[in-house]
Design a protein around this ligand. Structure first.
Ligand code: M6R
Length: 609
């Protein structure tokens, strides 16, 4: 994952830039670069590989500028070469970027048609040229940035440096984090508090959609509508930054809001974004065509990720999938077919039952693949293949960002297997991948309207029991929604397949029990709506989570409606819908005054049976 820094200092800043970049090394990177102003002109030094290569270059060509930006690049579009390393430059502007510009292809063609010439294969360079065009039209740097931001689709953080502007940096945040720091020797921009900790005594985090103009004596924040806003300035306490809550009251809230960033990062790891296809970072070591079956085992939230994946693996790769919770699987003595693949899923990589399931499968001669968030964990070490989720440390006991990253890894795996087994054509693969690439921006958009979730949460907080309904991949999400509610608010909740309603749970329907219906615009929408109407016909307390189309089709009295964009559709819509069920559980728990980050009786890592 890329890291961004910016320094407006009183003396040469190259050393501080590199020091801050070193503090972002933990995010992973494969090239790096800095740019400063030398007598008003942008001078860049970039290097592929580790920061020591950049330092060696800087030793040969020292930069004297008192203002600059720096970047560690984790390659997504284009190889980790010096030419693709950031900062990227257009006329009179340089930019560093973290995230994905989804519409970079069309922007690149458009800019080229107007005469722009590109020096790299990156998506990021389009941003430099867009801003350069604004400057060439005579716009002030802030106006040029604001108009460029309006053209960009995707999830990203950006920092800009301008020729001839010795007292100006501009930063922007949409989906990826960015913070401003104030120190005794300057003002700073950075991807996180860790980068700024040695230099800054106070820090402000940009809110989603914000952009910020930094000068030595004044920092001006603007919201997504370009209005001037204030952002809380808080002390940056030494030692606290590793487990920093940012602007959030709870780690869980922070982790929910990190999802556009970490899902984007995970996608970048499993996709060739430039080609719009899956590119798994490992070889199977066996012929996917010869696979007899996939068996999935996990616990809790990770198990629900596996349940959702079953729909994708069966549909896109035509593979039979057997799935069970690990505590049952390990004692069932299940016969496992030759040439089968066992997939275990775990955030911590230490869950005792999941580890036992993995060991059982290995003993049975299965191929093994572990989807884990902690790469150094026991499960990762003991599995033949490891597919990491790049969610970063998850502190909140309730799993949120690890879950959506698990879904992303599974989606990529299903597409890769589908292609390898000649089930999917290249066109079908590209179409599915384009739906996945849209997820981070859709998540960011969904997160920007939290008030509608809060309104429904006030209502749900009064309930003693809640029923979640969904079909297809939204059925496991219904169970995950119920689990989140139980864990955080201690309200009894159950997730059911909507089609099962009339086989029992319909007896529970009354106006006291909220029935939350997940209705993404997918192939089963019509049937889900019929189930919703069955609840309505019995005077049920209905809450709909869906698009305007679902709302219109429902044509029933609703106690609550959480609207998502019509664009959030298709087989992977649940990746974005997950954000809503997490936010809902979070706000219910907050209203009820519960301990959100450490719910009673729960442990983050369950290393015992
Ligand atoms: O670390 P793991 O993913 O293996 O943990 C599995 C479950 O314990 C975990 O998902 C648990 O259900 C969470 N508290 C869910 O929020």
């Amino acid at each position: 994952m890329c890291g961004i820094v910016g320094v407006l200092g009183n003396g040469p800043v190259a050393g501080q830039l590199v020091e801050a970049l070193k503090r972002l090394e933990y995010r992973g990177y494969d090239s790096a670069g800095v740019a400063t102003l030398e007598q008003g002109r942008i001078t860049r030094v970039r290097a592929s590989g580790k920061l020591k290569n950049l330092e060696e270059k800087l030793a040969l060509h020292p930069l004297a500028g008192a203002i600059g930006i720096g970047h560690t690049r984790w390659a997504t579009h284009g190889k980790p070469t010096e030419l693709n390393a950031h900062p990227h430059a257009g006329a009179k502007v340089a930019v560093v970027h973290n995230g994905i510009i989804e519409n970079f292809r069309e922007l690149r063609e458009e800019l080229q048609a107007r005469g722009a010439s590109f020096a790299s294969e990156t998506d990021s360079e389009v941003v430099a040229h867009l801003v350069a065009e604004g400057l060439a039209r005579g716009e002030a740097p802030s106006t040029a940035v604001a108009s460029a931001l309006r053209r960009l689709k995707g999830a990203f953080a950006l920092a800009f440096l301008f020729e001839g502007e010795e007292d100006l940096l501009i930063g922007a945040r949409r989906g990826s984090p960015l913070a401003v720091g104030w120190g005794n020797e300057g003002v700073y921009l950075g991807s996180d508090a860790l980068a700024l900790a040695p230099f800054a005594h106070t820090i402000s985090y940009l809110d989603e959609g914000d952009w910020v103009v930094l000068r030595r004596v004044e920092v001006q924040f603007h919201d997504a509508d370009d209005k001037r806003v204030d952002r809380r300035r808080q002390p940056l306490l030494a030692g606290s930054f590793l487990v920093d809550k940012g602007n959030f009251r709870h780690f869980m809230a922070k982790e929910i809001h990190e999802q556009p960033e970490v899902v984007g990062r995970t996608l970048a790891h499993y996709l060739d974004l430039a080609e719009g296809v899956v590119n798994l970072p490992f070889d199977f070591g066996f012929d996917p065509k010869s696979l007899s079956r996939i068996t999935i085992s996990a616990c809790g939230t990770a198990f629900y990720a596996g349940l959702a994946a079953r729909y994708w693996l069966e549909r896109f790769a035509h593979l039979s999938v057997d799935i069970d919770i690990a505590s049952e699987f390990r004692y069932r003595d299940p016969p496992l077919l030759e040439n089968g693949l066992m997939v275990v899923v775990s955030q911590s990589g230490e869950t005792a039952d999941t580890l036992a399931a993995l060991r059982y499968a290995r003993a049975q001669g299965q191929h093994t693949l572990a989807i884990v968030n902690v790469e150094t964990s026991t499960i990762a070490r003991e599995s033949e293949l490891v597919a990491k989720t790049l969610a970063g440390p998850e502190i909140g006991v309730a799993s949120t960002k690890a879950f959506t990253c698990q879904l992303i890894v599974f989606a990529c795996l299903a597409i890769a297997l589908g292609r390898a087994r000649n089930v999917l054509s290249i066109e079908q693969e590209r179409e599915l991948v384009s739906q996945l690439i849209a997820a981070p921006a859709q998540m960011a958009e969904t997160l920007s309207d939290e008030r509608q979730v809060e309104t429904v949460a006030r209502d749900v907080a009064r309930a003693e029991s809640v029923l979640y309904l969904g079909r297809g991949p939204a059925f496991p999400l219904a169970m995950e929604g119920a689990l989140k509610l139980k864990e955080l608010s201690y309200i009894h909740a159950e997730g059911y397949a909507a089609g099962e309603l009339k086989h029992g749970p319909i007896a529970l329907i009354d106006y006291a029990m909220p029935v939350i219906v997940l209705a993404p615009p997918d192939a089963s929408l019509e049937k889900t709506v019929s189930n919703l109407q069955e609840v309505a016909a019995r005077g049920g307390h209905l809450i709909l989570i869906g698009s305007r189309t679902a709302h219109t089709a429902a044509a029933a009295p609703l106690a609550g409606f959480i609207e998502l964009s019509e664009q959030v559709s298709g087989p992977f819509a649940i990746v974005v819908y997950a954000v809503i069920i997490q936010l809902l559980a979070y706000h219910v728990a907050v209203f009820m005054g519960k301990d959100v980050d450490q719910p009673r009786n729960l442990a983050k890592s369950v290393t015992v049976e």
